[in-house]
Design a protein around this ligand. Structure first.
Ligand SMILES: [Zn+2]
Length: 326
């Protein structure tokens, strides 16, 4: 049995997941429960504690290196404060690190889910051995994490790497964040669904309408993907368009950070090459020189649904080794 054990927690809008893992990212025990965020902060904090106790079980205290927690939205990583979790009502300036350290008497680290997914993919997934990588998640929203020279880029206050809220179309659609024409507003799952509904309304022939029995409210990116995988040209075009916008965003990132790997995860990547090929084509077309992309593969993430848990684990391990927390 491994000597070093870590507890990872993935606090999501729908589910709280927790796992006991070793320092190689193997999950030894796991649990999950509903977040029930509408009940407020205190009950959710209680459920997080319960999930941690459950996976810790009778594990020797000396074996436990610490507890890592990933949370949605901006997190002040050094202080372990959840600033504002959009899907968790009432979660403003919640000092999760302090609360959990008081309960467990172990070091606790807290970070943003997409930021830490970058760490997870670097340590355990598609980016092993890579010192400069950017992770992008495309699902209900678009988030990301930037690792530059083996350091997770946090920014002055810890809110860096909001890759989904870079402006792509200066006069484009309004984003949930208040800005206009963000990548998220153009290429995340809800944007793909919105464009699909608009196209279906024009009366264009597409399998998307059949898949929802004509009920436009039921159109999601998942439905569009089902149509696309079956060869529906309209659905394929919707992923091409999303891939184009993501590609434009990646060109910005290549120019700014010159990474050697781009890893893309999240539910929308289930479209596979229908999304990745237009991303790669756009990058080749638009980057200002080939040296920005020819040695920088754009690849799917490999950790799937465990990326959050493993990001939390990776942050605990990082805490022991780098200056990110000094
Ligand atoms: Zn935005």
């Amino acid at each position: 049995m491994a000597e070093k054990l870590i507890v990872g927690v993935d606090l999501g809008g729908t589910q709280i997941r927790a796992a006991l893992a070793d320092d190689e990212g193997s999950i030894l025990r796991r649990t999950s429960c509903l977040t029930l965020a509408e009940e407020g902060v205190k009950p959710v904090v209680g459920r997080i504690k319960g999930a941690i106790y459950e996976v810790m079980g009778a594990t020797e205290r000396e074996q436990l290196q610490g507890i890592g927690i990933v949370a949605p939205g901006p997190v002040a990583l050094r202080k372990g404060i959840v600033r504002d979790a959009p899907n968790l009502p009432g979660w403003k300036n919640v000092p999760l690190k302090t609360l959990m350290e008081a309960e467990f008497g172990l070091p606790v680290v807290v970070g943003n889910d997409a930021n830490l997914a970058a760490l997870a993919e670097q340590r355990f997934g598609a980016g092993q051995g890579v010192s400069d990588l950017i992770y992008i998640t495309v699902s209900t929203g678009i988030g990301g994490g930037i690792i530059a020279d083996n350091r997770l880029l946090l920014g002055a206050q810890g809110f860096a790497a909001e890759v989904g809220h870079q402006t792509i179309e200066a006069h484009g659609p309004r984003c949930k964040c208040g800005n206009i024409g963000c990548l998220e507003a153009l290429a995340a799952g809800p944007a793909i669904a919105r464009c699909a509904r608009e196209l279906v309304r024009t009366g264009i022939g597409t399998a998307i309408a059949d898949l929802v029995g004509g009920d436009l409210d039921k159109i999601t990116a998942k439905v569009v993907n089902r149509a696309a995988q079956a060869g529906d040209p309209v659905a394929i075009e919707l992923f091409r368009q999303a891939g184009f916008y993501i590609g434009v965003g990646i060109v910005n990132l290549l120019h700014l950070f010159n990474p050697s790997l781009i890893v893309i995860g999240g539910s929308v990547t289930k479209a596979g090459d229908l999304l990745f090929e237009p991303i790669r084509a756009t990058v080749r077309e638009r980057a200002m020189a080939s040296y920005y992309w020819e040695n920088t593969p754009i690849v799917p993430a490999t950790l799937g649904d465990d990326v959050g848990l493993l990001g939390a684990v990776a942050l605990v391990l990082l805490r022991n080794t780098t200056a990110n927390f000094e």
